[in-house]
Design a binder for this molecule. Structure first.
Ligand code: TRP
Ligand code: ZN
Length: 495
C-alpha cells in the first residue's frame, strides 16, 4: 500500500492535480487494472450467498486514502451495483470500460486524507459476461453445492469492488453467510461463526497485507479440518465431499502443509502469515493457486497418489508472490521462477535429484529450437504470462545464480530478499541489485542471459558446456516425471 502511495506522490502532476483518479494503476500488461488517486487500506466484505441460484449479495466497505485531490475515482468491478456511499453520503456512480465503476463523491476528497466507500450489490457472478482478456475463463465457479472464487490475475471483479492490482495490498475481514449445513472458507483466521434463522455466518480475518487476486472464497459441502502447526499457527484444510477416488491422496498430501511450510521457512526465512492451510475442490478446470494462507488445489494433482510437489509450489508462493508481490505483472518470474526452484530444492530434500540436477535436466531436455527458449521470463508478455518459461527458465536463472555465487551467498541473497521485501512489492532490478550487493559480483550479464535474451543460453544452469549432449545422455532425476505432470496440470485451463 505504501508503495502505491509513493508511486503517485512521486508524480508531481498527480500531487498537485485536482481531478479524477486514473482508471488504471499503470501496469505494463494490464493498463486498465487497478486505479489511480487513492490507496486502499482495508476491505470489509459482508456477503451472503445462495448455492444453486448463485445469488451473491454484498456490501463492501473500503477504507482508503486519497493520494491526490479526488473529484472522482474508480473501482474495478463487474457485478450489478445498487448504491454507493462515500464518507456516509450517497455518491453517484457510472460504468465505463470493461470493469470500471466510476464513483463521484458529493465532495472532493482531500489528498492525504482517509475516506470510506460503501458499495452495496447483488448479482449472479457465474452469469456475468467474461471480458476477452480472461480467455473465456470465468473465475467465479458456481457448483451444485456452492461456489469458488479463484483466478489470476482477474478474479476480484466477480465478487468485490477493489483497486485490483497487487501494487495496492490491503488487509481484509470477510463475513460470509450461507445456508446452515454449508461451509465457507476464506483467507486467514476464522474469528467468529454464528447460526441463526437457518443461516451460518463466518468471519475471516486477514491481518497482513494481501493482493486482491489472492483473496478467495470456497463454499460448499466441505470436510473442514482445523489444527495447529508445530510453531503454534492455526491450520485450516478443507475438502469437497465429492473428491471420490482422489480423496485419500489429496488429504494425505495437503495435510502435510504444516511440515512443508516449516521446511520452507528453514530454507528461506520465517513464514510471513499467522495461519496456513489449503483447499481441494473438483470445481476447478485444472490448476492450483497460491491464495494467501489458503492455497486451492485441483484433486487431479493427486491422481497418481499423494504428491507434495504442488503443495511445496503453492506454499513457496506464500513468500514469493504473496508476501513479496509483483509491482507489475511483467515481473511474474519473481513468483513462478522462485516457486519452481522451491520444488527442485524439495526434490533434493526427498533424495529424488538435487536442484542442480533437475535444473540441468530441464535445460538439456529442451532443444535449442524449442519455442520455449523464445519466451523471456523477465518480460514474457501478457499472452505468455504463465508460459513454461516463466516457471522453468525462471528456476534455471536461480540455479545459474547459485552456481555463479556459491551456496552461502545464494542463500543469504534469498533470505535477505525475503526479509527486506516482506509484505511489500518488488521488481526484477531490485533482486539483481541485491544479489550483486551480497555476492560482490557483477551479475547483469547472467540475468540478461537467463531472463531477458531469447534463445538457449550456451552453458547450462550449473555452468556445464553441455550444448552438444543429447538429452538421453543426461540421467533423469526421479522427481522429473512428477514435476512435469504437475506443471502440465497447473497450466491446463489456459486457452
Ligand atoms: N499461479 C498459479 C500457480 O503457479 C497458476 C496459474 C496460472 C493460475 N494462471 C492461473 C491459477 C489462472 C488460476 C488461474 O500456482
Ligand atoms: Zn505458481
Amino acid at each position: 500500500m505504501s508503495t502505491a502511495a509513493a508511486l503517485f506522490l512521486a508524480t508531481p502532476a498527480a500531487a498537485t492535480d485536482k481531478g479524477p483518479g486514473a482508471p488504471g494503476i499503470g501496469d505494463s500488461y494490464f493498463p486498465n487494472h487497478g486505479n489511480g488517486g487513492y490507496d486502499a487500506r482495508h476491505y470489509r466484505l459482508n456477503l451472503s450467498y445462495q448455492p444453486g441460484t448463485d445469488l451473491l449479495q454484498g456490501k463492501a466497505t473500503i477504507l482508503a486514502s486519497a493520494t491526490q485531490h479526488l473529484t472522482r475515482f474508480n473501482l474495478d468491478f463487474l457485478l450489478k451495483v445498487d448504491s454507493v456511499k462515500v464518507n456516509g453520503r450517497p455518491a453517484t456512480f457510472a460504468r465505463s470500460g470493461l470493469h470500471e465503476l466510476e464513483i463521484t463523491p458529493a465532495h472532493t476528497l482531500t489528498r492525504g486524507t482517509p475516506f470510506v466507500v460503501e458499495v452495496t450489490y447483488a448479482d449472479t457472478p457465474s452469469k456475468v459476461p467474461v471480458p476477452d482478456e480472461t480467455g473465456g475463463f470465468t473465475p467465479w465457479i458456481a457448483t451444485a453445492d456452492g461456489a469458488l472464487a479463484l483466478g489470476q490475475p482477474q478474479v476480484a471483479w466477480w465478487w468485490f469492488p477493489s483497486n485490483d492490482h497487487p501494487l495496492d495490498k490491503a488487509t481484509y475481514d470477510i463475513s460470509i453467510s450461507v445456508p446452515q449445513g454449508t461451509q465457507a472458507v476464506s483467507n486467514g483466521i476464522k474469528t467468529r461463526e454464528r447460526t441463526s434463522n437457518g443461516r451460518t455466518t463466518s468471519t475471516w480475518v486477514m491481518d497482513k497485507p494481501m493482493a486482491t487476486y489472492l483473496a478467495t472464497l470456497f463454499i460448499g459441502q466441505l470436510d473442514v479440518r482445523t489444527g495447529r502447526s508445530s510453531s503454534g499457527l492455526p491450520v485450516t484444510t478443507s475438502y469437497s465431499k465429492n473428491l471420490g477416488r482422489y480423496d485419500a491422496a489429496a488429504k494425505e498430501s495437503v495435510e502435510q502443509t504444516p511440515q512443508i511450510v516449516d521446511w520452507l521457512a528453514g530454507q528461506v526465512g520465517r513464514y510471513p502469515f499467522h495461519s496456513m492451510g489449503g483447499s481441494v475442490t473438483s470445481a476447478l478446470p485444472g490448476f492450483a493457486l497460491e491464495t494467501q494462507t489458503q492455497p486451492v488445489y485441483d484433486p487431479r494433482f493427486f491422481s497418481s497418489g499423494p504428491d507434495t510437489y504442488v503443495v511445496v509450489h503453492e506454499n513457496a508462493h506464500q513468500w514469493f508472490g504473496d508476501s513479496i508481490a509483483v509491482k507489475d505483472w511483467k515481473h511474474i518470474w519473481l513468483n513462478e521462477g522462485f516457486a519452481t526452484y522451491a520444488e527442485w530444492m524439495w526434490s533434493e530434500k526427498l533424495g529424488e535429484g538435487t536442484a542442480a540436477e533437475v535444473a540441468d535436466f530441464f535445460y538439456n531436455d529442451l532443444p535449442a529450437d524449442d519455442p520455449f527458449w523464445q519466451v523471456k521470463p523477465g518480460d514474457p508478455g501478457m499472452a505468455d504470462l504463465f508460459h513454461n518459461a516463466t516457471y522453468y527458465r525462471g528456476g534455471m536463472a536461480l540455479q545459474a545464480l547459485r552456481t555463479e555465487v556459491g551456496d552461502a551467498a545464494f542463500f543469504s541473497i534469498i533470505r535477505a530478499w525475503v526479509r527486506s521485501k516482506e509484505h511489500g512489492n518488488a521488481e526484477t532490478s531490485e533482486f539483481v541489485a541485491l544479489a550483486e550487493r551480497i555476492s560482490g559480483k557483477q551479475l547483469d550479464a547472467l540475468f540478461d542471459t537467463w531472463l531477458f535474451t531469447p534463445g538457449k543460453p550456451a552453458t547450462s544452469p550449473t555452468g556445464a558446456a553441455v550444448a552438444a549432449k543429447t538429452s538421453s545422455a543426461v540421467a533423469e532425476p526421479p522427481s522429473i516425471a512428477k514435476i512435469k505432470k504437475m506443471h502440465e496440470l497447473l497450466k491446463e485451463h489456459k486457452p
